[in-house]
Ligand binder design. Structure first.
Ligand SMILES: Nc1ncnc2c1ncn2[C@@H]1O[C@H](COP(=O)(O)OP(=O)(O)OP(=O)(O)O)[C@@H](O)[C@H]1O
Ligand SMILES: [Mg+2]
Length: 246
């Protein structure tokens, strides 16, 4: 079984030394097993790795390999069968659901594969919401972030009146407006054309560079994976050794 600690050569590329010293995320022996009518299915098997503060990591692998499951567990949206995740030193699964939600609200942005916009709120209101929940001024920051994703003239549209790519960009704006310490994104450029894909990629890496945000990106896009310091590839719920990526 591969574990990062067993491979001293798996150094992130071009990462300043200071960024490697403090792990932002530590995943240890994470397992997710589900049982349904056809029997037991191991969706994740003993997955271990760390993400340094300010590091950008791509999670790749074929459809069904466990990428979204892993991302959901790292963000504490779901609870694993066994194993642990530490976010900024906090042991996620020793906290109750409410404490996990508070930790997420404070430090984590999440861009879902399905965009999870609230249908009864406009684009602007969707992006304002996380700031309002924190009691912070929201409108100007939300407008500015929607402009940065190219949606200045869609502020008052409800999700059902936005295209898939526009919804994706609203969901990115909602994650970015919080200026999170950690950004998890599941196929963030999946429904975007090349121009908009580049725009949101530049935005993500801009945030990462300006604010030292750690990025964990699930992607099928080799160009996006290549902009990250490191790629972790899943196959059948297991992490492949770096040699398998060559
Ligand atoms: N609650 C569940 N019960 C049973 N099987 C599940 C459950 N959730 C996920 N799975 C299965 O676990 C596997 C991994 O799912 P996951 O969504 O993590 O894949 P993925 O790598 O994100 O795929 P994609 O690239 O298609 O988004 C899939 O085969 C899926 O069918
Ligand atoms: Mg997925």
């Amino acid at each position: 079984m591969y574990s990062e600690t067993s491979n001293p050569n798996n150094k992130p590329k071009d990462l300043p030394q200071r960024m490697q010293s403090t792990p932002s995320i530590e995943v240890v022996d994470l397992c997710q097993r589900v049982t349904d009518s056809s029997g037991v299915l191991d969706i994740l098997s003993r997955v271990s790795f760390t993400v340094g503060t300010g590091e950008a990591v791509a999670i790749t692998g074929s459809s069904g390999s466990g990428k979204s499951t892993l991302l959901g567990l790292m963000a504490g949206l779901d609870v694993p069968t066994s194993g642990s995740v530490h976010l900024l030193g906090h042991d996620l699964f020793s906290l109750d659901e409410e404490a996990r939600a508070q930790l997420r609200a404070r430090y984590v942005g999440f861009v879902f594969q399905a965009f999870h916009l609230l249908p009864n709120l406009t684009a602007l209101e969707n992006v304002m919401l996380p700031l309002e929940l924190r009691g912070e001024p929201a409108r100007a920051a939300a407008v500015s972030m929607l402009e940065r994703v190219g949606l200045r003239d869609r502020l008052n549209h409800y999700p059902r009146t936005l295209s898939g790519g526009e919804q994706q960009r609203v969901s990115l704006a909602r994650a970015f407006v919080q200026r999170p310490a950690i950004l998890f994104a599941d196929e963030p450029t999946g429904s975007l054309d090349e121009q908009n894909g580049r725009r949101v990629t530049d935005l993500m890496f801009g945030l990462h560079e300006e604010q030292g945000t750690s990025l964990v990106l699930v992607t099928h896009d080799p160009a996006l994976a290549d902009r990250c310091h490191r790629e972790l590839r899943l196959s059948g719920g297991r992490l492949l050794a770096p040699a398998a990526l060559e």
